[in-house]
Ligand binder design. Sequence first.
Ligand code: HEC
Length: 152
Amino acid sequence: MNNRKWLAGIVLAGAAVSLAVMPAASGAEQYLPRLGDIMNLVQVRHAKLWFAGQAKNWDLAGYELAQLKQSLSDAAAFYSGLPVDNVTTLSQPIQSISDAITAKDGKRFASAVTELTSGCNACHASMDRGYVAIRIPTEKPFGNQDFRPQGR
Ligand code: HEC
């Protein structure tokens, strides 16, 4: 990217930020994230989702679920080789997680996230990536984030 384009990107991005948090504007070259990189985000969000639910921080859980959904749909949009059926099968556990969050139901949340996790692994297995084995996380991913509900 040349300097002028870079600058234009910053200026346009600055204008966009004042309206809403949006991707940097046209003119900037597009960066297509690698599938493995998107998946790493999915993994982080899967873990944060879990710990938000454990802490009964339902606002954060809802936010992480939306982020996870967005990353999965980015993966499906950018990588046409992905079996879409394997993405859409996740929509059922995702809906159950969403229902559990609305109901603030920790038990239902746990079983729905377990179901989602099986969905991750089903796709990995179907794509010769069975060695990427996802499970319910045992340790909090980030020491620098407090997963507990914050007083308002
Ligand atoms: C539609 C298929 C599909 C679904 C659904 C899916 N994945 Fe993946 N995942 C892949 C593929 C394909 C790769 C290998 C990407 C590559 O070759 O770089 C992968 C790789 C990964 C990796 C390895 C990335 C790395 O660099 O170490 C992680 C972690 C991961 N997925 C997490 C998840 C989680 C968590 C879920 C469920 C919430 C999930 N995936 C759902 C297809 C899928």
